[in-house]
Design a protein around this ligand. Structure first.
Ligand SMILES: Nc1ncnc2c1ncn2[C@@H]1O[C@H](COP(=O)(O)OP(=O)(O)OP(=O)(O)O)[C@@H](O)[C@H]1O
Length: 717
């Protein structure tokens, strides 16, 4: 190391020590203030209990205000203390020296997860990564640069940029990097083992990712990104950015994430708290379906549909799905619903208790409510009729008006329209000979998944429904798995900004997946952005997965690891032994998480049972799971969406198991979950999707003795 570098590093260590000293002093000050607030509140409460009877109402009110104020101050200090605690672990990760054109010299700006100012001088010692000046760190190399400050654009020159890794207050390494966020630091970060949960990436956000995070103008932003390009991470950082940028008008209560399942929701749950923001509410399409259909009809779930297709491909069902998965279908259904009122409502006279309203009166009342959904319109006519007739009956004197009279009037109005509810109407949509056979309920009271959202859409378009009015920003992950009609439902329920992200190569159902252009046709006003760099996996794993499902736009990050292994096994027993072998070696490696990803949940259950019997401690993740656990996990490709593991094993990659297009999607998803190592096992012939990798195939002779003891005559999955 040169003398100059040693001196610089020494200077940085002193700066770090001084920052830590100030942070520790602030921590102490906040802890004192929290303790004092707690003591004050306790004293006030005791005083209140003792003197409650003697106090007049104004005194009581004053006391309550004082207590409320102290509670609020205490809560504020607790939040600040949490931030200081986070900074004490790693106060900053970057520094940018910027010489503003209007100033005499360059100034060093340290960037961390939160702002921190010197309590005495108020000088900003650490800038929040979301602050305007921090864009210099993410968006520019050395040389000319500018950023948008509240006072306008500040032009100048970046004279130096540094990156640091500080853990538990200790400087582990630092890099001088004139480039964007240096590759060395990024590679080091990516080379680390997977955490149990998704982690924040503030220290190494790349320029193209920063553009998505800091986009303030798009009302709807659609982000297509290859596997492992950081879409989910970016969406969460974008939420944190928006909460910071619009802190006066936007809170975490106004944001919702629509995620593919609860395991995924749990997996990402820590990112926002790590960034100093509250968790945001989460929802999925199954819960939306439950809310609407609970009292209407039974229905197949998305996962049941996927299982049906994977286990016993049903051509006619696939045809129905395909028909209902186009934007044209939404237009057709929409137009049909809109024309029902004009075509099928037949006004008639209403009679009750000897009083009558004419068919013309009814027609006029119905016309006046034009613009409302048809069932709301009928209710409006019925309410007006009830009021009119009731008034007439009461004016005449002598007779009374009861609730059964009102019900009779409502029944008469409903009888003027041939459908009793949205479900009846939706069924009738398929009476048209051109659509015959496209609606096949699963028994008397259960509909196919492909009908769930068309029906919900019909319900929304025909009757007033409660939406999510308080939500101001919705994040939709795995966008490719949702059909245009699901987007139409979202549009009706959420009239807010959206960030929609996904990857068309990772669809779990090729019959009803949506491409970027399909989604764009539902949101023509959307800004579309694309992320092509893939960060998760080593170049060897990424290239392997590219052969399964090619995306020419994908650019792998330069990080190397072992070649994926395909192990040809003698039989099921041998295959189980090979998997046990990987599990055993995993225990001794430095890696933390291992995902064994089967094609379906039922295969995952069987393998979970076999491995548990062999004494392996592991967790099964299935459709009912709500938590993501680290360690060794057995799951299905569908459930593994969005997750990642240090090491992945994909069992049973034979030609019977991975044969059609849907299987290809599953195999691609499974392989792209691996960060550092990928193992595939099979007995029988290799899947045609892996033909390209024949030369990687290993044909070990015999089962290893230790593993062989555990292996039994069981199916692997
Ligand atoms: N700029 C970055 N710095 C460090 N790590 C990154 C960066 N971008 C992405 N990663 C890492 O890459 C991995 C993939 O990120 P993420 O899960 O957000 O990608 P994704 O596009 O949603 O993946 P998929 O669609 O395959 O589920 C994560 O481990 C994430 O931390």
């Amino acid at each position: 190391m040169t003398d100059a570098r040693t001196r610089e590093e020494e200077r940085e260590r002193r700066h770090l020590a001084e920052t830590m000293r100030l942070l520790n002093a602030e921590l102490e000050r906040l802890t004192d203030s929290i303790d004092r607030s707690a003591e004050f509140i306790q004293a006030q409460k005791e005083h209140l209990w003792e003197h409650w009877r003697d106090m007049d109402s104004s005194e009581k009110a004053r006391f309550r205000v004082d207590v409320d104020l102290s509670v609020a101050q205490g809560e504020h200090s607790v939040k600040r203390r949490e931030r200081v605690e986070r900074l004490l672990d790693s106060p900053y990760f970057g520094r940018v020296d910027f010489h503003a054109a209007s100033e005499a010299g360059a100034q060093a700006h340290y960037i961390g997860v939160h702002n921190f100012s010197d309590p005495e001088t108020q000088e900003i010692l650490i800038h929040d990564w979301r602050a305007p000046v921090s864009t210099l760190f993410y968006d520019f190399e050395s040389g000319e640069a500018s950023f948008e400050a509240p006072v306008g654009t500040i032009h100048g020159e970046i004279t130096s940029k540094r990156q640091y890794k500080i853990r538990v207050g200790q400087l582990e390494y630092m890099f001088e990097s004139s480039l964007n966020i240096g590759d060395d630091v990024l590679r080091r970060e990516l080379g680390e083992s997977a955490d149990d949960r998704m982690k924040n990436i503030v220290a190494t956000i790349q320029r193209e990712q920063n553009a998505v995070i800091r986009n303030e103008t798009a009302r709807v932003l659609i982000l297509q990104g290859v596997a492992g390009s950081g879409k989910t991470s970016i969406a969460l950082h974008r939420v944190a950015f928006l909460l910071y940028r619009f802190k006066d008008t936007l809170s975490s209560d106004n944001i919702m994430i629509l995620s593919p399942n609860r395991v995924f929701g749990d997996y990402i749950a820590d990112v926002l708290p790590e960034l100093g923001e509250e968790r945001v509410a989460e929802i999925d399409f199954d819960r939306i379906a439950g809310k609407f259909l609970e009292k209407v009809t039974g229905y197949e779930t998305f996962s049941e549909q996927v299982v049906k297709l994977l286990e016993n491909g049903d051509g006619a069902a696939a045809e129905r799905m395909r028909y209902k998965a186009t934007p044209e279908f939404v237009t057709e259904l929409d137009e049909w619903i809109a024309s029902r009122a004009d075509e099928e409502f037949v006004p008639d006279g209403i009679e009750r208790k000897g009083r009558r309203l004419s068919a013309d009166w009814v027609a006029d009342a119905f016309e006046e409510a034009r613009g409302l959904p048809v069932f709301t319109r009928l209710d409006r006519v019925a309410s007006r009729a009830v009021n009119q007739l009731k008034q007439q009956v009461l004016d005449r004197g002598g007779s009374k008006w009861s609730s059964s009279d009102a019900s009779s009037v409502r029944r008469q109005v409903r009888a003027m329209f041939p459908y009793k509810d949205a479900l009846a109407m939706y069924r009738a949509f398929y009476d048209d000979p051109a659509r015959r056979g496209m609606f096949e309920p699963l028994g008397r009271k259960r509909i196919e998944y492909a009908d769930v959202f068309p029906l919900i859409y019909t319900m929304i378009r025909t009757d007033r429904q409660e939406g999510y009015g308080h939500i101001r920003h919705l994040v939709v992950d795995e966008m490719q798995d949702y059909t245009p009609v699901q987007y139409a439902v979202l549009r009706e329920l959420f009239s807010c900004d959206m960030t929609i992200l996904g990857d068309s190569n990772q669809s779990v159902n090729p019959f009803s997946s949506s491409s970027l252009s399909t989604i764009h046709s539902v949101f023509p006003e959307a800004d579309c952005l694309e992320l092509c760099k893939s960060y998760r996996s080593t170049i060897e794993i990424t290239e392997f997965a590219q052969h399964i499902s090619r995306n020419d736009r994908l650019v792998p990050i330069e990080r190397h690891g072992p070649q994926p292994r395909i192990v040809a096994c003698a039989d099921q027993r041998d295959q189980l032994a090979r998997i046990l072998n990987v599990v055993e070696r995993h225990g001794d490696s430095g890696h933390r998480s291992l995902g064994i990803i089967c094609k379906t949940v039922s295969r995952a259950e069987a393998l979970h049972a076999s491995l548990s019997e062999a004494g392996v401690e592991l967790t099964l993740l299935d459709y009912e799971s709500t938590e993501f656990t680290g360690g060794i996990v057995v799951t299905s490709a569908h459930v593994s969406k969005g997750l990642e593991f240090d090491v992945v094993v994909v069992p049973e990659v034979d030609d019977a198991n991975y044969a059609d297009e849907m299987d290809r999607c599953m195999l691609y998803i499974a392989c792209t979950r691996a960060m550092h190592e990928l193992h595939l096992t099979h007995d029988g012939s290799l899947s045609p999707f892996l033909e390209f990798a024949r030369e990687l195939e290993e044909h070990p002779d015999a089962v290893t003795a230790r593993a062989g003891e555990h292996a039994r005559e069981v199916r692997v999955g």
